[in-house]
Design a protein around this ligand. Sequence first.
Ligand code: FAQ
Length: 315
Amino acid sequence: RRGEVGPDFDALIAADQRIEPRDDMPEAYRRTLIRQIAQHAHSEIIGMQPEGNWITRAPSLRRKAILMAKVQDEAGHGLYLYSAAETLGIDRAELLDMLHTGRQKYSSIFNYPTLTWADCGAIGWLVDGAAIMNQVPLCRCSYGPYARAMIRVCKEESFHQRQGFEILWTLTRGTDAQKAMAQDAADRWWWPALMMFGPPDTGEAAKGGHTEQSMAWGIKRFSNDDLRQKFVDMTVPQAQKLGLTLPDPDLRFNEETGHWDFGPIDWDEFWRVLRGDGPCNAERVSWRVRAHEDGAWVREAATAYAAKQARAHTQ
Ligand code: FAQ
């Protein structure tokens, strides 16, 4: 399906068909996808740290086993996504280098610390909850390998969200100290979770954003604000079930629109975190770089083994 013999890019997009790696595509489409898929992969890998930090301290064997499985899933999502990015003609080593040198971003949310066990609950409930809201539409993304990767990722994220909710369900039915711990985690994670959806659709921040073009290309199916609103509408009733309050005095149901209105987001904080000035940016990146360096011998051994196998097959 190359060049003149196959259906061209615009026709495929107009017909809401999938673009596959060997199809012709505009260079800007390819670059946008590399940027988004790589940043998504980096988020999964960096996102292992806040919860990984609690594996040795999970309150029971059962919680420890669940948390280990979740963090492993995140590693798996990262690998899936790096593979999807590689179909666009870029090498994983190059993408990792861009992460390690700050030339590519990862989600703002992972620059916040996990101070208590309840934070593992809040991450599952709010961070995975936001991730699902953002990623389910990506299952219909115009780029085939990304869309297909998202199907399995979303199934696993749904399990992650439920396990987070269940941690908080248990804590909110526990002692006063446990209830307070759950409330404190919800207070700290609520606003950063809303920021995960990215800058607003209007105003200064929207200028230079990618949404319009990405929606025209069928990469994004909803705008940042639309997904954020869907997330608030889904999550407020869950907070009520948990008996937790959300830290927003302006949160109220709007009978006219049928949506939950919410207060202003601190976008200065968001841009500060993106510039590298969040509570844990330096720690997250340096930990990742060290893990990569410590893993050099594994990569060397795997490469040597692959070369040996290839020689054995050609002899
Ligand atoms: N953090 O014009 P837009 C997870 C950047 S879930 C950092 O709206 P776009 C699962 C954006 O890159 C988290 N940067 O951009 C998990 C752009 O800068 P650039 C990851 C952000 O791409 C759970 C600029 O702002 N999920 O990991 C953020 O059209 C628990 C302008 O923004 C994904 O990556 C942010 N929050 O829309 C793991 C999903 N928001 O690149 C472990 C896929 C925006 O020009 C534990 N990605 N920026 O330098 C997407 O859907 C999109 O890329 C958006 C941003 C919606 C994130």
